[in-house]
Write a protein that binds this ligand. Structure first.
Ligand code: GLU
Length: 484
């Protein structure tokens, strides 16, 4: 059987975002499922105005963060390099020469204004705004005349009226008619090649067997198939992945879920959880209950269960799977995961040794899904946060105050504090103050943490100990103007 070769071909114009990370993931698990194929990373940097090395590095770092490594790429030599399009100019020039020689390319001298006027006419006539092939039949002397006027040509691919058919592994039989497409540009007037040609030539030259990419590229596929066929190459199989939308069914906005992958990892999400939750963006049988490693995902993956309907990216799903991932990792991994996010949030590490931190994090696994919330809760272990004015007012009522004062007294008297005697302490405070439920726990939480919600009180108070808890209560009493 032929060696499977797939490629992930990002344009380095920004960080690695959800949509393209999902494409990388599907390519990777497809290549590694069963056949142990090759995953090639190709940098598509022909757009010199927008492509930057900084973005390339950010994309590579994002992939590494997810554990998605490549077999060939800009930093790993292989038999099909170079792996940056900006370094493959000669290869494209050879393809262009060949296409000119066989009459499939011709120079087009139309100005942008002429093209725009054509498009408007066609739209007004309710026709598809394709190129009207004005330059397709120019003879040499006409070309010379236009060149003498200073017109610099683009190069257009001449298409016939044939039907282009292919079987997409996700979208099924697809047919485009050459008539609808119109002759398209493959090289700009400054001589640089465009995406359509560069990518088709690379897929052919790099012996790519499967092109797996977003649905937004579907209309490029017939053009690229025509180029490859004209060059006598072998056409790869195509699989277009459904568009990724937000939970609301609308286009992903930067704010809602199109977050860049490295920032998710930096925030404390487990790479396995990110990968598993991305796997369900189109793959109907992706695991829903647990986070899996790339190898496990690859073992289960079957491209025939990728669906065409738009995939909705739901941050709650990521949090749910991340919760499952955090439930099984070692305490040490928890600490390693949260050290940087906690540092960034200003957590006071001086108060705890690593062992304390390990057991605090371990005690919080149940509520660990959204790492931002975990960090927020951890900050409450580090220090008491400021109360809002409304909360201060709540604390001054008679019932709340009696609870806080009783707690302070009990802590002053306690010998050693563990979860059992903390529970007994709370029971006895309840009896003495006649406060229960919210009226009992809310003032304690507010006085000790400054917040209405947070980690389990028994975990928090036993971890910070009676001395610190008393100090925090004193601070609260001062804040609300209670003189004891
Ligand atoms: N460079 C293109 C992009 O970043 C991908 C091209 C392809 O996969 O064919 O959208």
């Amino acid at each position: 059987m032929k060696q499977i070769r797939v490629r992930f071909a990002p344009s380095p114009t920004g960080k690695l975002h959800l949509g393209s990370a999902r494409t990388a993931l599907f390519n990777h698990i497809f290549a590694k499922s069963g056949n142990k194929g090759d995953f090639i990373l190709r940098i598509e940097d022909t757009d010199t105005e927008r492509a930057t090395l900084e973005s390339e590095n950010a994309i590579l770092d994002g992939l590494r963060g997810l554990g998605i490594f490549w077999d060939e790429g800009p930093d790993i030599d292989g038999d099909f390099g170079p792996y940056r399009q900006s370094e493959r100019h000669n290869i494209y020039q050879q393809a262009i020469s060949k296409l000119i020689e066989i009459g499939r390319l011709y120079p087009c001298y139309c100005s942008e204004a002429e093209l725009q006027a054509d498009r408007e006419k066609l739209i007004a006539a309710h026709k598809p705004p394709r190129y009207m092939a004005r330059c397709s039949q120019l003879i040499e002397s006409e070309r010379k005349k236009l060149e003498a006027k200073g017109r610099k040509p683009t190069m257009r691919f001449r298409i016939g009226s044939e039907l282009i058919k292919f079987k997409d592994l996700v979208f099924g039989e697809i047919t485009f008619s050459g008539k609808e497409i119109g002759d398209f540009i493959v090289a700009r007037s400054n001589g640089s090649v465009g995406y359509l040609l560069a990518t088709a030539v690379d897929d052919m030259e790099m012996c790519i067997t499967h092109v797996i990419r977003g649905e937004d590229h579907l209309s490029n596929t017939p053009r690229q198939i025509m180029i490859i066929k004209a060059l006598g190459g072998e056409v790869p199989q195509f699989a277009h992945l459904p568009v990724v939308l937000g939970v609301d069914g609308k286009k992903l906005s930067k704010r809602l879920g199109s977050s860049d992958i490295l920032s998710l990892i930096d925030a404390g999400y487990s790479p396995n959880a990110i990968n598993t939750s991305m796997a369900s963006l189109g793959w109907s049988k992706a695991p829903k209950e647990m986070a899996m490693s790339l190898d496990e995902l690859a073992n289960l993956f079957d491209i025939s269960s990728v669906t065409r309907s738009p995939a909705k990216s739901d941050p709650d799903r990521l949090n749910y799977i991340n919760h499952a991932a955090m439930a099984t990792v070692s305490k040490e991994t928890l600490l390693a995961t949260f050290k940087e996010p906690l540092k960034k949030a200003g957590f006071d590490f001086s108060k705890f040794c690593d062992e304390d931190l390990l057991s605090i994090l371990d005690s919080m696994r149940e509520t660990m899904g959204d790492p931002g919330k975990t960090v927020e809760q951890m900050l409450q272990f580090g220090s008491r946060l400021d109360c809002t004015e409304d909360d201060k007012v709540c604390l001054t009522n008679k019932g709340s105050l009696s609870v806080i004062l009783e707690l302070r007294q009990a802590l002053l008297e306690v010998q050693a504090l563990d979860k059992t005697n903390f529970t007994n302490m709370i029971k006895s405070i309840s009896q003495k103050t006649k406060q229960k439920g919210k009226n009992l726990y809310n003032p304690i939480r507010l006085a000790v943490t400054g917040r209405q919600s947070g980690p389990k009180l028994e975990n928090l108070i036993t971890a910070i100990g009676p001395v610190e808890t008393i100090q925090r209560i004193e601070l609260t009493l001062q804040e609300i103007g209670h003189s004891s």
